[in-house]
Design a binder for this molecule. Structure first.
Ligand code: UD1
Ligand code: MG
Length: 453
């Protein structure tokens, strides 16, 4: 069969996730800056699934909303009561009427599965298996369904851990939960699933034995245990995060970025780094960061929702917040925070500044301690700094305000009115000098005990 066989994905998300101890539904907890459900939806997108159904419980408006906002084409199926995984898949039946093709069953709490693994499952299934199961060998198989193979290595049955006899319990090959099933037989197999087992649940895993009884072939592909990690608790959430971070670090390095200490650099699922980017120690990328070629990001910088053009320099201790747009060769130095601001080519903000809702023109120099006073308690206002301007240290720019090209502001100025190009604006009390005052002052106190120091 060709790769144009239609594909549907059923994403199970109706479990309550009580072990997360959270008011946020489990599948909305983020891993590398994107919800687990978001990862699985992206996976189904990467496979070009023609139909996608997310199965939710009745009281999950947040999950429904999150799914729809990421994937407007997604269908939401409500599983009225959580009667087991077979019942959950059945809940999607109405959304798959008239569908002929492959059906992938994915868990929304298993976010690290990779598209090429699923592609391999689909390819293998199309060679003749009605059901293809993704297996793995966990360090501790005890909680998982065990995969029973016959002498030829074909899959005969899946037996849930609680229902295993001692011999079955000794099997180390386990069910990850991910399956690729021939859509022509899936729902008829599910019709035969009963609930006479130790939990009184309808087990999806029973479809294997049912298929075999009908003479249909079932098979297994093995995945790395890390790839099929399921998240039930915050501990597993942290494990998923660590696994994905390592994956993202490897990708960044394979694509030509140097990470001076990879284990201390934290990525978001969507971080984009160009070639010859150098990332120092302890750098955090939040969602939505794009970094062009040859940029240096020095230690302890934190970037989110920002774009950095070629050969710019950030940090150490740089802070780029959403809407920071850093131009070529620009420099954002230590303890500089930039938000919703365009810093044009070659501009420098080297020390201790806050630049928000602003433009800093090409080649401008913003002195230490400069603050754009952008907020009046109700609204945000814009500061426009022209090309080649020189903002003296400790200038407050009270927005809205415009500094013309090439203008100077004197150190310590509080600028409340526009400054014309090439002018100097100075707002500061005149300096007074009292000759000899300090000497007289000291003389008055000499002989007395000095202060507290
Ligand atoms: C399931 C498998 C087991 C496998 C393990 C892998 C079955 C019967 N067992 O067991 O073989 O080793 O996953 O982690 O399938 N869900 C619903 N509705 C329900 C029940 C579950 O949507 O009524 C969803 C859950 O949200 C979850 C997934 O299905 O995403 C798996 O359910 P869970 O209860 O965790 O199954 P396990 O007992 O872990
Ligand atoms: Mg589970």
């Amino acid at each position: 069969m060709s790769s144009s066989t239609p594909l549907a994905a059923i994403i199970l998300a109706a479990g309550q996730g009580t072990r997360m101890q959270s008011s946020l539904p489990k599948v909305l907890h983020p891993v590398a800056g994107r919800s687990m459900l978001g990862h699985v939806l992206a996976l189904s997108q990467a496979l070009n699934a023609d139909r996608r159904v997310v199965v939710v419980a009745p009281d999950m408006p947040m999950v429904t909303e999150a799914a729809r906002s990421q994937a407007p084409d997604v269908r939401i199926a409500v599983q009225t009561r959580q009667l087991g995984t077979a019942d959950a898949v059945k809940a999607a039946a109405a959304d798959l009427t008239g569908f002929a093709g492959d059906v992938l069953i994915l868990y929304a709490d298993t976010p690290l599965v990779q598209a090429n693994t699923l592609q391999a499952m689909l390819t293998a299934r199309r060679k003749g298996a009605s059901v293809m199961v993704l297996g793995f060998r966990p360090a501790d198989p005890s909680p998982y369904g065990r995969l029973m193979l016959d002498d030829t290595g074909a899959l005969e049955a899946i037996v849930e851990s609680r229902d295993c006899n001692p011999e079955q319990r000794a099997v180390t090959l386990c069910n990850s939960g991910v399956m690729a099933v021939d859509g022509a037989v899936l729902f008829s197999l599910l019709q035969e699933v009963g609930n006479t087992n130790s939990r009184g649940e309808y087990y999806l895993t029973d479809i294997i034995a049912i298929a075999r009884k009908r003479g249909l072939a079932c098979a297994v592909i093995e995945a790395d245990a890390d790839e099929v990690l399921g998240v039930n608790s915050r501990i597993e959430l942290s494990q998923a995060e660590a696994i994905l971070q390592n994956r993202l670090r490897r990708i960044a390095m394979l694509n030509g970025a140097t990470l001076l200490d990879p284990s201390t650099v934290y990525f978001s699922h969507d971080t984009q780094l160009g070639r010859d980017v150098v990332v120092g120690q302890n750098v955090v990328f939040g969602p939505g960061v794009r970094v062009a070629d040859g940029v240096q990001i020095k230690p302890f910088s934190h970037l989110e929702g920002a774009s950095v053009a070629a050969a710019a320099e950030i940090g150490p201790y740089g802070r780029l917040r959403p809407g920071a747009d850093i131009g070529r060769n620009a420099k954002i130095g230590n303890f500089v925070e930039v938000k919703a601001a365009r810093i044009e080519e070659g501009a420098k903000i080297s020390h201790l500044s806050y630049i928000g809702d602003a433009r800093v023109g090409a080649g401008a120099n913003v002195g230490a301690g400069t603050i754009t006073c952008n907020y009046d308690g109700f609204e945000k206002h814009f500061t426009d700094i022209g090309a080649g301007a020189f903002i003296g240290s400790n200038t407050c720019l009270v927005a809205p305000v415009k500094i013309g090209d090439g203008a100077y502001t004197g150190s310590g100025s509080v600028i409340t009115r526009d400054v014309s190009s090439d002018a100097l604006a100075l707002v500061r009390p005149q300096q007074i000098e009292k000759t000899g005052w300090a000497a007289r002052f000291r003389a008055r106190f000499s002989g007395k005990k000095s202060g507290h120091g």
